[in-house]
Ligand binder design. Structure first.
Ligand code: FAD
Ligand code: NAP
Length: 449
């Protein structure tokens, strides 16, 4: 009898782990559990709709799903329909790859005022995540503020700036396209708490901001003057050097010809979000950089303050993981405590047969491909433990019996394919890759056709 593994979460980490186990010698059987009726995690519901080439990685996942020994259990939430200890009893090993879906908090006054949103919600909304479709983003204001200097902040700023022709061929939801195209926003202000050298965004994403049809990129040359420590940090850091070169070109041009602008400001942090019933402004502090004893440059707020009127704030300061009942959790880091992917119990020792991969293992950083190597580290340990005979034993019951007894309405891979076909068919006449089904009812109905 072959070994059977449960993988929880069907994003890149879950799919790569599944693929590696299905092609092991001898192959494992893999059951992939996903709380949504649709697979692919952030490849479907995070990656920006105007980046269709990135989503092509889903073809790799389709090939993995076609391998013998693979089963998909969509619309099954581990921790709700089935508990960790139940999975552990039914499988030789369990790999948790359920991502990091919550938003990191900034901890400033006014953070929860209406109109102040985590970027996590905005991204999920424009991408058609069924849990986020009831949200109402008021884009009628003239200035939006995006906090953070990562690639998600750049995605959010760019999405707000796209024109109808740029959006019309994407798989963003119709509602999001309508809201963005019809929005009153003239300026999208992106605030980085540190300097341009410390920005986390990558060069192609920055360059893309210089090529938008309907928005100019603006940077104040004074914001690009480096302190000596940043000068040193920049030398030999190819990404920082390239970013700085682009930013200096942009600053030298200083154009405002298009309908909208994206303005990047550095060394600036919101210290409060202001407003009576909703966001009316952000109060920002000017920062300077200080070197820690470990050599890291951190932002330290000065006494200099400024109030910037705005109508919406999108806080893009990172994602964070949330605990799953019955599993250990490192609250400070927002990850499952682990050693290379072996989940560690409260005594610091590995829990036999329990593993993790992806963002819930290492935290919310890294591109899609990073999860392949990360999953390989984890599945390497599964293989080693299988060879050492430390996996199992498992019960002979099949999980479907248990799920049926819980009333779970499973969306199997065929069900997902029905959704996929329906979405592609809706997209085709409009030259769009797909028009997503984005309500739970539509998704579940279509899956059962
Ligand atoms: P996820 O992709 O988040 O997958 C986790 C899955 O687990 C989800 O499907 C979720 O529904 C499911 N799940 C959660 N809880 C449960 C549960 N209890 N039971 C069952 N299932 C559960 N990388 C790039 O290379 N290019 C890009 O353009 C790019 N754009 C990005 C844009 C955004 C907005 C974000 C946030 C990230 C982007 N990334 C990009 C990074 C990339 O998406 C991540 O590295 C990758 O998705 C992380 O994979 P994961 O499998 O760990 O998590
Ligand atoms: P990220 O890269 O970690 O960036 C988070 C940003 O938030 C950093 O600039 C950070 O600044 C800032 N920040 C954190 N706390 C803050 C605070 N309290 N106040 C102000 N700023 C604060 O995270 P991300 O943008 O969420 O992206 C997650 C991962 O997905 C990244 O690895 C990213 O590359 C990847 N991704 C890739 C693409 C792509 O390839 N196109 C697109 C989207 C996402 P400090 O540096 O000062 O901490």
């Amino acid at each position: 009898m072959g070994l059977r593994v449960a993988v929880v979460g069907s994003g890149p980490a879950g799919f790569y782990a599944a693929g590696q186990l299905l092609s092991a010698d001898p192959p494992f059987e893999v059951d992939l559990f996903e709380r949504l009726p649709t697979p692919w995690g952030l490849v479907r519901l995070g990656v920006a709709p105007d980046h269709p080439n990135i989503k092509v990685v889903s073809r790799v996942f389709e090939k993995i799903a076609a391998r013998p020994g693979f089963r998909f259990f969509g619309n099954v939430e581990v921790g709700r329909h089935v508990a960790h200890d139940e999975l552990a009893a039914l499988y030789d090993a369990v790999i948790y790859a359920f991502g990091a879906e919550a938003d990191r908090r900034m901890g400033i006054p006014g953070e929860d005022l209406p109109g102040s949103w985590p970027a996590t919600a905005f991204v999920a909304w424009y991408n058609g995540h069924p849990d986020y479709q009831a949200l109402d983003f008021d884009l009628s204001c003239e200035r939006a503020v995006v906090v953070g200097n990562g690639n998600v902040a750049i995605d959010v700023a760019r999405m707000l700036a796209l024109t109808e022709p740029e959006l019309a061929t994407t798989d963003a939801t119709d509602r999001a396209i309508e809201a963005i195209v019809g929005s009153g926003i003239r300026e999208i202000l992106v605030l980085g708490r540190r300097g341009p050298v410390q920005a986390a965004f990558t060069n192609p994403e920055l360059v893309e901001l210089t090529e938008l049809a309907g928005a100019d990129l603006l940077v104040d040359p004074a914001d690009l003057e480096l302190d000596p420590a940043s000068e040193r940090a920049c030398e030999g850091d190819a990404m920082a050097e390239r970013n700085l070169a682009v930013l200096r070109d942009v600053a030298a041009e200083a154009r405002t010809r298009k309908r909208r602008s994206i303005r990047l400001r550095f060394l600036t942090s919101p210290v409060a979000i202001l407003g009576h019933d909703r966001v009316e402004a952000v109060e920002v502090a000017r920062n300077r950089l200080e070197e820690t004893p470990e050599g890291r440059l951190v932002a330290v707020s000065s006494a200099e303050r400024e109030t910037i009127p705005c109508g919406i704030v999108l806080r893009s300061v990172g994602y964070t993981g949330t605990p799953l009942p019955g599993l250990p959790f490192d609250e400070a880091r927002g990850v499952i405590p682990n050693a290379g992917g072996r989940v560690l119990g409260t005594d610091g020792r590995p829990l036999p047969g329990v593993y993790c991969a992806g963002w819930i293992k290492r935290g919310p950083t890294g591109v899609i491909g990073t999860n392949k190597k990360d999953a390989a580290e984890t599945t390497g340990l599964v293989l080693a433990d299988a060879a050492a005979g430390t996996l199992g034993p498992r019960s002979q019951r099949d999980v479907t019996e248990l799920l049926a007894s819980r009333g779970a309405r499973i969306v199997d891979y065929r069900g997902w394919e029905a959704i996929d076909e329906a979405e592609r068919a809706r997209g085709e006449p409009q030259s769009r890759p797909r028009v997503k089904l984005c309500s739970w009812d539509e998704l579940l109905e279509t899956a059962s056709t």
